[in-house]
Ligand binder design. Structure first.
Ligand code: ADP
Ligand code: MG
Length: 281
């Protein structure tokens, strides 16, 4: 089982969106997937509950950290939901080592059943974030192409306590940066210039794609259909047209063409990420 954490210094960059859509995609590539929500805002949990696609564990990730998990439900996509208790873990420093050990023990137990484990975090580098990075094989970092976010990449890599390189050196030498994933990309000259700057300043940190559109790197354009798929809790490629107001919802409405187009743009990036997870062609 490959464990991948979504991490970045800023909220709103698409961690949850990418995590949920990847979680939907992996089982389509015959990779049973475990999804852990470590964010007390519970955005990934809510998305999964709305869509009803994932099987949901009877315990939360707080209970995982406390060593109180039970059997996982059957299914190719299984969510361990977040709850409000996650916010309290940071205030128990004497237990932090136990929390990390419990997460690692839980994932060792789950490993034989799943090919992939995806972990959604929130931007605060607290014990949950550090525990996730101390346990993972790979980090994926969605990034918006603003000047502030580009300046934040240095911190994400080099911060003396919770930077990626520091965690790798101190806690988890196995950890690899899968890459930075530009998200909410607009075809403006400003964003293109920022993308070029990212490529120049951090060579090798973007994710090459085989059938790339823009410049041969994985990236996700801003598309309303992506936000709508998240709001509905469904895979982008299965987003259907809304039922006309007042008419009964009969289920089999046509797929949204805007969603199909967005998926065509997104798919090469997801395939590249899947390959790094050892999944797909
Ligand atoms: N490529 C995209 N196109 C359109 N909306 C997006 C895209 N990526 C994310 N969003 C929307 O932006 C908001 C923030 O994304 P989210 O995944 O919650 O970020 P994070 O988890 O990093 O805080 C959400 O409402 C989401 O639906
Ligand atoms: Mg989030």
């Amino acid at each position: 089982m490959k464990i991948m954490v979504e991490a970045s210094q800023k909220g709103g960059g698409g961690k949850t969106t990418v995590t949920c859509q990847l979680a939907y995609y992996m089982p389509e590539l015959a990779a049973p997937t475990l999804l852990l929500d470590l964010d007390p805002q519970m955005n990934a949990t809510r998305c999964m509950l709305r869509g009803g696609v994932a099987a949901v564990a009877a315990f939360s990730t707080t209970q995982v950290f406390e060593g109180r998990w039970s059997a996982l439900p059957p299914g190719d996509l299984v969510l361990v939901p977040a709850d409000q208790g996650l916010g309290g873990l940071e205030r128990q420093p004497q237990r932090h080592n136990d929390f990390v050990n419990a997460l690692q023990a839980f994932l060792r137990e789950a490993a034989p059943r799943f090919r992939v484990c995806l972990i959604d975090t929130h931007p605060c580098p607290d014990v949950r974030y550090v525990a996730a990075l101390a346990t993972a094989d790979l980090v994926l970092s969605p990034i918006v192409l603003t000047q502030e976010a580009l300046e934040g990449v240095g911190m994400f890599l080099h911060h003396p306590r919770h930077g990626y390189l520091r965690i790798r050196q101190r806690l988890n030498p196995r950890l690899e940066l899968l890459g930075l994933l530009p998200n909410l990309v607009e075809a403006t000259p400003f964003q293109r210039a920022n993308l070029r700057q990212l490529v120049e300043q951090h060579p090798g940190l973007l994710i090459p794609v085989r059938r790339g559109e823009l410049d041969g790197y994985a990236l996700i354009p801003t598309r309303t259909a992506i936000a709508e798929a998240q709001a509905a809790g469904v895979p982008l490629w299965k987003l259907r047209q809304a039922a006309p107001a007042g008419s009964p919802d009969l289920g089999a409405r046509p797929l949204r063409s805007a969603a199909r187009d967005a998926w065509r743009e997104l798919r090469p990036s997801f395939e590249a990420i899947a390959r790094r997870l050892g999944v797909g062609a």
